[in-house]
Design a protein around this ligand. Structure first.
Ligand SMILES: NC(=O)c1ccc[n+]([C@@H]2O[C@H](COP(=O)([O-])OP(=O)(O)OC[C@H]3O[C@@H](n4cnc5c(N)ncnc54)[C@H](O)[C@@H]3O)[C@@H](O)[C@H]2O)c1
Ligand SMILES: O=c1ccn([C@@H]2O[C@H](COP(=O)(O)OP(=O)(O)O[C@H]3O[C@H](CO)[C@@H](O)[C@H](O)[C@H]3O)[C@@H](O)[C@H]2O)c(=O)[nH]1
Length: 328
């Protein structure tokens, strides 16, 4: 039987495909390449198509014996979602509804879903636990939360079991050096900072320094993409062994401010990385730090890259060797 990975040409999806193949899984990728790269697809069964297209889903579910779906395909930028909420309801909520409809039609009963720390909004407690309140501050977080609720009701009605993984900030690249982060346009902090170190940008703009944090800039919990990839494999194993739904945070449990990330990147790259302070970006909570105790306890997950330095160094190795991403 096979595992269908939607968004498998994207950043986290491609690293997860690498992990699944290493674990001996038969993998099928579906990606419309709106953000992904065909060079990042390591599986040899690859459909270029859109998850909202029911004909493509019919073909995949009827040609292949799909046991489980790992669903990455989405729009995923906090700031953009505030400007274009309907795009997010379409590609996240409506697309997931179509995917779940086809899973139900073809009797596919397992899904691992890419959720996010953005479901929590401005947290009441730090570190954030899975049972803390969810009040998203952006349409992006709102649409991911809506999908979690959709999956809950689909479990109730049709017995489709889900594991929802609420990742904090993904960063880094594969240790083999063949895949990494390549978004156009890039909006994530670590790759932007490294593009400054490569001389591709003049400076990094800090989005607000008037938050109620020690240095005034936002604090995030950075997690290595290979640790995320491994968690998907463990989530799939749990679905097979326990046939039980669940929600898990994935982060390192330590927060770093935007200024701390820039300063660590200066150390790693040896470049002065100029930074300017700009206005806040709409939708950004001040502090997001995970408690991942539940994932450690129930999935047996253990991150391999726990320091910010290792994470930035891993990203730097990729960016140095692929200064233009996959089009080097
Ligand atoms: N990067 C992070 O820090 C982060 C953190 C939390 C959650 N997430 C979630 O993880 C998932 C993957 O994130 P990423 O950073 O790898 O993003 P990405 O943009 O690199 O990957 C998403 C992939 O999905 C594809 N895609 C998008 N819409 C599609 C559609 N309608 N049909 C088919 N393919 C489609 C894109 O082409 C892309 O290859 C997303 O769901 C995102 O919301 C990411
Ligand atoms: O040029 C930049 C880019 C980012 N930031 C700040 O850096 C932090 C991290 O931003 P970014 O790397 O864009 O990640 P987030 O907006 O935190 O979102 C990521 O992490 C979320 C989980 O926390 C995921 O849900 C999203 O999909 C993923 O994009 C935020 O405080 C930003 O305001 C800057 O100051 N300047």
């Amino acid at each position: 039987m096979s595992v269908l990975v939607t968004g498998g040409a994207g950043y986290i999806g491609s690293h997860t495909v690498a992990e699944l193949l290493a674990q001996g899984e038969d993998v099928i990728v579906l990606d419309n390449l709106q953000k992904g790269h065909s060079q990042a697809v390591l599986a040899n069964k690859f459909y270029v198509g859109d998850i909202r297209d029911s004909d493509v889903l019919d073909t995949i579910f009827s040609v292949h014996d799909i046991e489980a779906v790992i669903h990455f395909a989405a729009d995923s930028l906090v700031g953009e979602s505030v400007q274009e909420p309907l795009k997010y309801y379409d590609n996240n909520v409506i697309a997931a509804q179509r995917l779940l409809t086809k899973m139900n039609q073809y009797g596919v009963k397992k899904i691992v879903f890419s959720s996010t720390a953005a479901t929590y909004g401005e947290p009441k407690n730090i570190p954030i636990r899975e049972d803390d309140s969810t009040e998203p501050t952006s349409p992006y977080g709102e649409t991911k939360l809506a999908i979690e609720k959709m999956m809950k009701w689909c479990d109730n009605a049709y017995g489709i079991k889900y594991v929802s993984l609420r990742y904090f900030n993904a960063a880094g690249a594969h240790s083999d050096g063949h895949i990494g982060e390549d978004h156009t346009p890039e909006s994530h902090l670590i790759p932007i900072v490294l593009q400054v170190a490569l001389g591709q940008r003049q400076a990094v703009s800090i989005f607000g320094d008037d938050y109620s944090t020690e240095d005034g800039t936002c604090i995030r919990d950075y997690i290595h993409v290979m640790d995320l990839a491994n968690a998907h494999w463990l989530a799939l194993k749990r679905l097979r062994e326990k046939n039980e739904s669940g929600i898990f945070n994935l982060g390192n449990g330590t927060g770093f401010s935007v200024r701390e990330v820039i300063s660590k990147a200066r150390e790693v790259t040896g470049h002065p990385i100029p930074a300017n302070v700009g206005p806040r970006r709409e939708g950004d909570p001040a502090v997001l730090i995970a408690s991942s105790e539940k994932a450690k306890r129930e999935l047996g997950w253990q991150p391999g890259f726990e320091s910010l330095e290792e994470i930035i160094r891993s990203a730097w190795n990729w960016h140095k060797t692929h200064p233009n991403g996959y089009d080097k």
